[in-house]
Design a protein around this ligand. Structure first.
Ligand code: BJ8
Length: 425
């Protein structure tokens, strides 16, 4: 990091020694996983810089924003409408939830048999190792899976938390409930920020978030090329950074990288050997710094070309309609756009299975790996439907957590899967 941020972290109340350990683990893992990848696009330099400053520069930006009277909102789910927060002058930040480092602290309170993503985020708070959650004025939770909604009750005892009620079905009644829930959230956010939502401030916020989505769409469209011009690991990293970087800067830098990737495609430059199997990953989200499965797959001779995931396609696929003339009309469009996210917490959720099928085709994928975090029941059960529907290419289910204990076993399974695909192509 360019600066020494220890005073800032101390002011946020972090457990400094433990936090230093966390950063040193990250500093040890990151270069071999990312920087030393062969034939890497030069535009990844910006994203390496963001990671080198992961708990530094961006946190400082959030605190500078707060010093001027602005508010920071923490989120854990795609269903929280970021545009409303931005329109009210707040900053939305997707919070850390992707490492087993924070899990032992969580297990002192939460059950062991719980999704690692939930234990990780709770552990970041109780273990005092996440400057982002400490910088937030409010965490916005949601009633998606049982583990999350019950954990928000526990979190609310130690951090300001507000929970949005997410419907479980997609029909007219659910839409009404969801729209009313968004209106309640607007009231809450207006109260916190002291600002009023207008068609004008919403429009510019939507444009900013759509700009980010368009850049991510462009990036992911370029992965459809043969050979893939960027690794799955780097694409995943960019999708993860999208949740907390400044949206305008992120959009500029991602678009710049896309220009470079376009040149690489013209010149036939790829990141994997010609004929490497192309894998689509589908399932539970991979919160930063969860790079486990991508590393295993790409270390086994394949390339990940897409993620049917909330840290991936589900986040950027649908833009928000910018044509409205009143706040009410805008909220209707916001409700509609967000209810189109095909999360396994909904029932039924057949649209997600259709999404996987269409991605297999458009990405020219040679195989699908269905990824469920351990104890993530919605995705674990939906894997069955996905497996039955994907008949054109090989399909493999994986359930894992954030630990390194099963890496050897997962690697053997990934290698066998990739060899099987090679034998078919
Ligand atoms: S919209 S996928 S981000 S809820 S926490 S469901 S991994 S058991 S994160 Fe999610 Fe919103 Fe849906 Fe997307 Fe499973 Fe873990 Fe629950 Fe999870």
């Amino acid at each position: 990091m360019a600066e020494d941020y220890h005073q800032m972290w101390a002011d946020l109340g972090l457990a400094l020694e433990k936090h230093d350990q966390l950063l040193s683990i990250l500093n040890e893992f990151y270069p071999p996983l990312f920087i030393q990848q062969p034939n890497r696009p030069a535009g990844m330099g910006y994203f390496d810089f963001v990671i080198s400053e992961v708990h530094g520069l961006r946190v400082k930006e959030l605190l500078d924003h707060k010093a001027k009277g602005g508010k920071v909102f923490g989120t854990f789910c795609l269903y929280v409408p970021d545009e409303i927060i931005t329109a009210l002058g707040g900053i939305p930040v997707g919070l850390c939830a992707g490492t087993d480092f924070s899990i032992p602290d969580a297990e002192a309170t939460l059950p062991r048999n719980l999704c690692p993503l939930i234990k990780s985020f709770y552990g970041f708070k109780v273990g005092k190792v996440c400057p982002y959650i400490e910088a937030t004025d409010l965490v916005i939770g949601e009633t998606t899976c049982d583990g999350k909604k019950k954990s928000y009750e526990v979190l609310s005892e130690i951090h300001p938390t507000y929970v949005m009620e997410i419907p479980q079905k997609k029909n007219d009644d659910s839409f009404k409930l969801w729209k009313a829930e968004i209106a309640k959230f607007v009231q809450k956010a207006e109260g916190l920020t002291g600002k009023k939502l207008t068609a004008q401030n919403l429009k510019s916020a939507i444009q900013a978030h759509n700009g980010k989505r368009k850049a991510l769409q462009k990036l992911n469209a370029l992965r459809w090329a043969k050979p893939a011009p960027i690794s799955g690991k780097d694409s995943l990293l960019i999708s993860q950074i999208a949740f907390y970087d400044d949206p305008v800067r992120f959009t500029q830098m991602t678009n710049k990288l896309c220009d470079e990737l376009q040149d690489r495609i013209k010149q036939g430059i790829g990141v994997a050997e010609k004929g490497s199997p192309r894998i689509l990953i589908s399932g539970s989200p991979m919160a930063i710094p969860n790079w486990k499965l991508h590393s295993i797959i790409e270390g086994s001779g394949a390339v990940v070309v897409g993620e049917e995931s909330c840290v991936g396609e589900r986040n950027h696929r649908d833009l928000l309609d910018e044509n409205f003339s009143s706040v009410d009309e805008a909220l209707e469009k916001i409700a509609s756009r967000y209810l189109g996210i095909n999360c396994a917490c909904f029932t039924p959720n057949n649209e997600r299975i259709e999404d996987i099928k269409s991605l297999v085709e458009s990405l020219h994928a040679n195989g699908v790996i269905h990824y469920s975090l351990q104890f993530c029941t919605p995705y674990m059960i939906e894997a069955y439907k996905a497996e039955r529907a994907i008949t054109d290419v090989p399909f493999m289910r994986i359930e894992t957590d954030y630990s390194m204990e099963d890496v050897g076993q997962l690697k053997s399974r990934a290698e066998a899967f990739i060899e099987m695909i090679k034998g078919m192509t």
